[in-house]
Design a binder for this molecule. Sequence first.
Ligand code: BTN
Length: 274
Amino acid sequence: MNFSGIGFKLAGLTGELPFFYSSKIKKKLVTELAGKKIYFKKKILSTQDQIKILAQNNAPEGTVVVAKEQVKGKGRAGKAWVSPPGGVYLSCLFKPKNISSRDISRVSLAMSVACRKALEKQNCPGVLLKWPNDLYLGKKKAGGILCEADIQGSKVNFLAVGIGINVNTKKLPPEAISLRLFFGKKFSEIALIREVLYQTEKYYLKIEQNQFTELLADFKKHCFLWGNQVKVDLGKEVIEAKAEGIDVNGYLVLRKKDGLIVTVSSGQVNKLSV
Ligand code: BTN
């Protein structure tokens, strides 16, 4: 890794490092960990790839990479994440002490609840969740979270939490929406980044402290899938079933047509119209 001047040379695209942007975020940030070190880039390939490189180079817990635009933004299940200017794109590094590999699904749900809360605090009420990590406004996706873990056996070396929110973006794919398009006004990206970091840390620490029950109830309350017929793409298999809820691990509980209950730890869920 190459350090230079006041900033930090990040891999990927070259570009300036407007130091003021990171300090603007930091100014009113009241976190213990998240954002203690913030790297900002105007244009990057992917903040998620960058945070993983930083993690492998011993970056401290709470390191954050923020970009105004991503050229190769990554979504879940190998999909691309369209990341034009106007959105919030950030990745945060956590180094858990008390979270094992079997808790990853819990972390993932915790991050969804955290982002929903952050949006609510920034005057964006009514955000709905789609298991495991999608943020919806009405019937369209307004944001997504990519939780990746570096694991050795049951030990989690680090977690890279990538968050993408369509904030002031005007041009998006038809299935997506931005806060601006939905609420009809502009939002402060910096204020939202601060709130997201605050809530993300708060909910991450809840999982570290094994406080999952309340958070699970919060997720259940705001997820719009319950009682609906869904199609779950597991990669090698596609299941059609009714979404019934989530279990104590954060896995999705499904009831098949023959009455058989199955749980899945990951997968792409789509609501079937009935
Ligand atoms: C999804 O819903 O598929 C997850 C989308 C996650 C996108 C964010 S944007 C910041 C971070 N960098 C990436 O390349 N991806 C995540």
